[in-house]
Design a protein around this ligand. Structure first.
Ligand code: AMP
Length: 210
């Protein structure tokens, strides 16, 4: 673990500026980026629970809408089930509604958004308007082979081999440019997502001083 901490010590220094250890009540707003199967959702759930802030997963919101057969659920069903991105306007509407809830005051972890450049640009404007600037963008790096293995283990409806391939393709084409966007605009913090769940959680705890 010490080796892992050392490995991340270079990046930790700027994080300390972002998250001063004395300011526990400072809102914590993080964006988790990475391909499907990278462990974003698992890690977001652990940290959100620890910090008592909402874990906002656009994928979970969509799956819930589909399960509840809401008007939006019926509209997005075919996209989600085939691994395509749902239209930006729809997802933005859902996200703005969610971020406007009072429980976001102390912070949030955003998982699964933004998925393309247009979403990243609109998100910047939205966060400015809501006065909720993002503190840090965490990028989960995982080898493609491991991603496929993990997704096949999840046994979700959109985790068949064919749909997984589609989702990874969409990630390469549409979501990778978002990384460059944040590299230029914000702090992009890389995390080795190949490691076991507990190790990644520990690295995040140390780095973010959870
Ligand atoms: P996830 O659980 O984040 O992998 O998302 C599951 C599915 O929900 C994706 O394959 C997309 O169909 C849809 N989805 C989730 N987030 C977004 C987003 N930000 N933009 C468009 N579609 C999304």
């Amino acid at each position: 673990m010490q080796a892992l901490a050392r490995q991340n010590s270079k990046q930790t220094s700027h994080l300390q500026l972002v998250q001063p250890s004395t300011s526990i009540e400072v809102p914590r707003r993080l964006i988790f980026l990475g391909p499907p199967g990278a462990g974003k959702g698992t890690q977001a759930a652990i940290l959100a629970d620890q910090w008592q802030i909402p874990h906002i997963s656009t994928g979970d919101m969509l799956r819930q809408a589909i399960a509840e057969k809401t008007a939006i659920g019926l509209q997005v069903q075919s996209y989600v089930n085939s691994g395509e991105l749902v239209p930006d306007l729809l997802i933005l509407y859902l996200l703005e509604t969610r971020l406007s809830q009072p429980d976001t005051e102390r912070g949030w972890i955003l998982d699964g958004f933004p998925r393309n450049l247009a979403q990243a640009e609109v998100l910047e404007e939205l966060l400015q308007r809501l006065n909720q600037p993002c503190d840090l963008v965490v990028h989960f790096e995982v080898t493609p082979q491991l991603l496929v293995e993990r997704m096949l283990q999840r046994r979700r409806q959109d985790d068949t081999e064919e749909i997984i391939r589609k989702r990874l393709e969409i990630y390469q084409e549409q979501t990778l440019p978002v990384l460059n966007f944040y590299q230029q605009h914000q702090n992009l913090y890389p995390v080795n997502g190949n490691l076991a769940v507990e190790s990644v959680a520990r690295i995040l705890q140390i780095s973010l001083r959870a």
